[in-house]
Design a protein around this ligand. Structure first.
Ligand code: ZN
Length: 337
């Protein structure tokens, strides 16, 4: 049966906490259609990320895609979370809609996350479609029919200037379908960047004007020591657009977490969504050094080997209110099958 948007049952879904930003990674083992291209320093870095999740680096040589998903499910089931949003990963395209696979580091097909979510209630599917694709609208319709709950893009890595007038019908269709957009903002160091200027949150203006609910991943914060910090510009835009939210993903890395006190105050506190950015590392040291968590919370949760739970508990200890972890229930496209 074709899934239909379900707007009539707000109380029927779980109200347990959600993690709105979890990456799926795959090598293609088992025919998943994923690919992963690790060059130079990214190779040892990937093994480091896997060990941080509790997987051996050697897992990459085996039935990796299955191993990764099983580990993810184990982590969710032994955490305080009800479910996590798993993200597909589109390839970079140029403005004419020609794919540039060589500029990407990994790829996760929409069908893979859709089928995982179909099989496991712990997963909520976020598809990823480059709006310059010649079949972008058809792919959007196909994903909506298959139960997409969110869309994810990395504009600076995938070469997506969301303000391009040609993309307006795509954003309008997303708004009509109530499909929210999770878009990376701020610098990026884990993946190759194609157009650094597309890290600015202002590139989200057109989808916001079209009525799309937009979540600026990382709230425009600085990623490395030498990146521009767009947090203040994000806050100004959030003041102007009631349909703009920000996620606190990767706030447990050294630099991004500096904006936490401001995220807990005033109107902004009502616009923050919890996300871990798994497999990005989660460490409480920086929050403790900044004074955003106390010593006892740091000691207790830094030791938790389940990094999804660790991130959740550290964010709670920072002072993010309970709604930060459940707000996403009201923003996701709800489908019943
Ligand atoms: Zn991410």
């Amino acid at each position: 049966m074709t899934p239909q948007p379900d707007e009539a049952a707000p109380g029927s879904a779980s109200t347990k906490p959600l993690d709105g930003h979890v990456h799926v990674i795959g090598t293609g083992a088992g025919g998943t259609g994923c690919w992963l291209r690790l060059r130079g320093w990214r190779r040892p870095f990937a093994r480091l990320l896997l060990r941080h999740m509790g997987l051996p680096g050697s897992a990459l040589q085996h039935d990796f895609d299955r191993i990764y998903i099983e580990r993810l499910l184990t982590m969710i089931r032994s955490s305080s979370l009800g479910a996590v949003v798993i993200l597909a990963q589109e390839q970079p395209y140029d403005e004419r809609g020609v794919p540039h696979e060589e500029k990407g580091a990994f790829y996760v097909p929409n069908d893979y996350v859709l089928s995982l979510a179909h099989r496991h209630a712990e997963f909520i599917p976020a598809v990823s479609i480059h709006p310059a694709r010649r079949d972008a609208l058809e792919e959007l319709e196909r994903c909506l029919a298959a139960g997409a709950a969110m869309m994810k893009i990395l504009p600076n890595c995938q070469n997506i200037d969301c303000n391009a007038p040609a993309f307006e019908p795509f954003w309008e269709r997303m708004a009509e379908a109530k499909l929210p957009l999770l878009a990376h903002t701020g610098g990026e160091h884990t993946l190759p960047v194609v157009r650094p200027e597309l890290a600015h949150p202002r590139i989200l203006t057109l989808p916001l004007e079209c009525g799309v609910t937009v979540i600026a991943a990382h709230c425009g914060t600085q990623s490395g020591l030498f990146d521009p910090d767009y947090f203040e510009q994000f806050v100004e835009m959030a003041r102007h657009y009631p349909n703009l939210y920000g996620d606190n993903s990767a706030f447990n890395v050294p630099i991004r977490g500096r904006c936490v006190p401001e995220c807990l105050r005033g109107f902004l506190a009502g616009r923050i969504i919890h996300g871990s950015d798994l497999p990005v590392p989660v460490h409480g040291h920086f929050a403790w050094l900044n004074g955003t968590i106390d010593w006892a919370s740091f000691r207790r949760w830094e030791k938790d080997p389940n990094v999804l739970e660790r991130d959740f508990q550290l964010k709670r200890a920072m002072g993010f209110g309970p709604e930060t972890f459940t707000r996403l229930h009201g923003l996701l496209r709800r489908v019943k099958t």
